[in-house]
Design a protein around this ligand. Structure first.
Ligand SMILES: Nc1ncnc2c1ncn2[C@@H]1O[C@H](COP(=O)(O)OP(=O)(O)OP(=O)(O)O)[C@@H](O)[C@H]1O
Length: 281
C-alpha cells in the first residue's frame, strides 16, 4: 500500500494482554435447567467466559436461579441445556477442582478444625507428610493455627466459615464456588471475611464465583457482577440481565462516588425487576 501525507499510517496491531489461546478457568455456554415436574425452566441460556483468577459475583432477586447456576457448575445438578466447563473439561459431577462453600459451613462436627481441613487431601490419598504440610499451611493462611485442635461447635460463625474456606483451599481447587457464604454472619464479621476472602483469593490466584444478595458485597469483591433476573415466580425463566464490569481496581473504598455509582446501577438493574417480563408474561 502506498502512503502519502493525507493517508494515515496503518496502525500496528496491539498485542493482546491475554493470550488468545489461554484456557479460560470457566466457560458457561447456554446453560439452562428445567426441574422435573415444572412447566418453565428455572434458568435459561447463561453464557459467560471467566478468566483464571477472576471473581464473578452473581446477584438477583430471590428465585432467579443464582444457586442453580452454581450447583450446575459444582456438578450437583445436571444442565438441561448447554454445558459448563472448568479448565476446558466438561463438568459432569462434583470434583476436587471445584470447592464449594455454603452459608451453613457444612463442617464435620465430629472432626477437629485440622481434621476438617485435612479431610480432602486424605480422601485424595496424598502422602501423610504432604497432608500435614498442606493442612498447616492452609490453617496458617486463614489464621486458624491456634484453634486447629478445637471442634466446630467451639468456634464463632466467622471462624467456622474460615474453616469451611480452609477446607476448600486444602484441595487446591481451580475454582471456588460460594453460595451466600457470609449471609449468616454479623455485619462486622462479614466485612472482616470479605477482606480476608479478597486476600486469600489474590494469594491463591483462585477463580471465585460468589452468590450474594448484597450488592455492596458484590461490588466490593467482584471483577464483574452477573445480574440475573426473572424466575419462575415471575413466569419467566431466570436469565442473565447484564454483566457489569467493576473497574475500581484492587483497593475499593465503599464510600467513594465511583463505588456508589456502581451500586446504584446494579441496584437499578436488579430492581428494574421483572416489570418488563411481567408485562410480557
Ligand atoms: N430441586 C428443585 N426442584 C424443583 N425446583 C427447584 C429445585 N431447585 C430449585 N428450584 C427452583 O428453581 C428456581 C431457582 O432457584 P434458585 O435456588 O436457583 O434461586 P436463587 O436465585 O438462588 O434464590 P435465592 O436467592 O432465594 O436463594 C426457584 O423457582 C426454585 O424453586
Amino acid at each position: 500500500m502506498t502512503t502519502d501525507a493525507t493517508t494515515p499510517p496503518t496502525p500496528t496491531p496491539l498485542t493482546p494482554t491475554v493470550p488468545a489461546r489461554a484456557t479460560p478457568a470457566v466457560v458457561l455456554n447456554g446453560l439452562g435447567k428445567q426441574f422435573p415436574g415444572t412447566s418453565i425452566p428455572a434458568v435459561e441460556d447463561v453464557s459467560l467466559v471467566i478468566a483464571p483468577g477472576e471473581t464473578i459475583c452473581i446477584v438477583g432477586a430471590s428465585g432467579c436461579g443464582k444457586s442453580t447456576v452454581l450447583r450446575m457448575l459444582a456438578g450437583f445438578e445436571q444442565p438441561s441445556w448447554g454445558h459448563a466447563r472448568v479448565a476446558g473439561v466438561d463438568v459432569r459431577r462434583p470434583g476436587p477442582d471445584r470447592g464449594v462453600v455454603f452459608q451453613d459451613y457444612g463442617l464435620f462436627p465430629w472432626l477437629s478444625v485440622a481434621e476438617n481441613v485435612a479431610y480432602g487431601p486424605r480422601q485424595a490419598r496424598l502422602p501423610r507428610a504432604e497432608v500435614r504440610e498442606r493442612t498447616a499451611r492452609v490453617l496458617a493462611s486463614v489464621g486458624l493455627e491456634r484453634v486447629s485442635d478445637s471442634f466446630p461447635h467451639q468456634l464463632s460463625g466467622g471462624m467456622q466459615q474460615r474453616v469451611a474456606i480452609a477446607r476448600v483451599l486444602a484441595n487446591e481447587p481451580a475454582v471456588m464456588l460460594m453460595d451466600e457464604p457470609f449471609g449468616a454472619l454479623d455485619a462486622l464479621t462479614r466485612t472482616e471475611m470479605q477482606h480476608e476472602l479478597q486476600r486469600i483469593q489474590r494469594e491463591a490466584g483462585i477463580t471465585v464465583l460468589f452468590v450474594t444478595h448484597s450488592i455492596e458485597e458484590a461490588v466490593y469483591l467482584g471483577d464483574r457482577v452477573l445480574v440475573m433476573a426473572g424466575g419462575t415466580a415471575h413466569g419467566t425463566p431466570g436469565h442473565v440481565r447484564e454483566v457489569v464490569d467493576i473497574d475500581l481496581g484492587p483497593v475499593r473504598d465503599t464510600s467513594s462516588a465511583a463505588f456508589n455509582a456502581l451500586e446504584r446501577r446494579i441496584d437499578a438493574l436488579v430492581h428494574r425487576g421483572n416489570a418488563r417480563e411481567d408485562r410480557a408474561a
